[in-house]
Write a protein that binds this ligand. Sequence first.
Ligand code: MFK
Length: 128
Amino acid sequence: MRSLFEGYRPTFKPHSLGYEAESLLLLTPSQQMCYYDGKLFGGYIALLMDRILADCCKHKDKPAFTAYLNTSFNHSVPPSGPMLLRAWPEKVEGRKVFLKGSVRIPGKEAHDWVDAVRTDALFIRPKP
Ligand SMILES: CCCCCCCCCC(=O)SCCNC(=O)CCNC(=O)[C@H](O)C(C)(C)COP(=O)(O)OP(=O)(O)OC[C@H]1O[C@@H](n2cnc3c(N)ncnc32)[C@H](O)[C@@H]1OP(=O)(O)O
């Protein structure tokens, strides 16, 4: 299980609603799971997003559980290239934390990154 997250080292920055998180990841060959050649398996991407979103909620705070994780795959993610995972809170209502996340991959131009995957998520903190 730990190998699924090899190289995943999120950093956190303060945000007006908590913390935002990001992690630049270069997958090892055993993490490069593809069903179709050259396209990283979407379920694995969703796993990584769930992890960074959960970490974003939990950083210096109580944990929170995934209520929904709506993920849009706009471009395929090449398995052997760098990917930038990002997560940040959008709205907090009591125990409910609405978050957004994305997976960025290098674009066509140098130093250009594009959102390949976008996630809207709701995490819920436990009842006191
Ligand atoms: C080792 C690998 C690790 C990598 C992954 C790390 C990720 C870690 C995160 C997780 O995996 S958590 C585990 C997966 N998620 C779950 O198992 C959650 C299953 N669902 C539940 O346990 C409960 O439904 C939940 C805790 C999410 C909410 O139950 P509660 O009893 O605390 O809340 P309640 O039902 O009272 O609802 C509170 C509010 O949230 C709203 N809500 C609850 N579920 C919702 C939902 N699914 N969609 C939209 N709204 C929702 C609900 O309408 C309500 O809104 P209002 O306060 O405005 O009335």
